[in-house]
Design a protein. Structure first.
Length: 109
């Protein structure tokens, strides 16, 4: 798997998990949540987030609709779809297997 594929898959996982837990959010809300929950360890830049959201929308993993932010500004709010929930479940399982395998090697190497 190429580095870009890993990074893209990681971003998708973080976004889908955020939307599954928090419900509809605009882009800034997604990035703020990821940064806060990761205790400032992860930062998602706009240049990565919006292309990913567009790609996930095109793939049917998320749905977007215009709405007003808490500051009364127009923004696109993203919601996870049924296909996105299925993808999230599969990706979480894959990450768990990868994590377990890496932990085994680190423990016994």
């Amino acid at each position: 798997m190429a580095r870009n594929d890993i990074l893209q898959g990681t971003l998708d996982l973080l976004v889908l998990k955020t939307l599954a837990r928090r419900g509809p959010l605009h882009g800034y809300g997604i990035t703020a949540h990821i940064q806060r929950v990761s205790e400032e360890q992860l930062r998602v830049e706009e240049g990565s987030l919006y292309p990913a959201l567009h790609r996930m929308e095109q793939s049917g993993l998320v749905r977007a609709a215009w709405g007003l932010t808490e500051k009364n500004r127009q923004a696109r709010f993203y919601t996870i779809t049924a296909a996105g929930k299925k993808q999230l479940e599969e990706t979480e399982q894959s990450w768990a297997r990868l994590r377990d395998g890496v932990q085994r090697v680190l423990r016994y190497a």
